[in-house]
Design a binder for this molecule. Structure first.
Ligand code: ZN
Length: 96
């Protein structure tokens, strides 16, 4: 299975207004002040916390401040075990 990526920091800087926007948890949606003031016509937003990177706004107007690293062998093994558990459950669920 492909090596997973761990997110250490989920943050971008808006090149339009200079604000750093950081999402700290999965449903922590944050945007910069120019995004808010222009109703999304300029600027950027950031979402997903340490679960996934979800960025949006004006293309090309952000600077990537995120930090990621590959899973350690231990984290990868735990992840693969979890995925296998989910697959086993689905199979069991449809099998009478
Ligand atoms: Zn901005």
């Amino acid at each position: 299975m492909e090596r997973q990526i761990k997110i250490i920091r989920n943050a971008i800087r808006c090149k339009n207004c200079g604000e750093v926007v950081e999402s700290k948890s999965r449903h922590d949606w944050e945007c910069c002040k120019c995004f808010e003031e222009s109703n999304g016509k300029t600027g950027v937003f950031c979402d997903g916390g340490l679960s996934y990177l979800r960025w949006g706004g004006t293309p090309g107007t952000y600077e990537d401040l995120s930090e990621t690293r590959p899973y350690t062998d231990e984290e990868q093994a735990a992840y693969e075990k979890k995925i296998q558990k989910q697959k086993d459950f689905l199979f069991w669920g449809y099998d009478d």
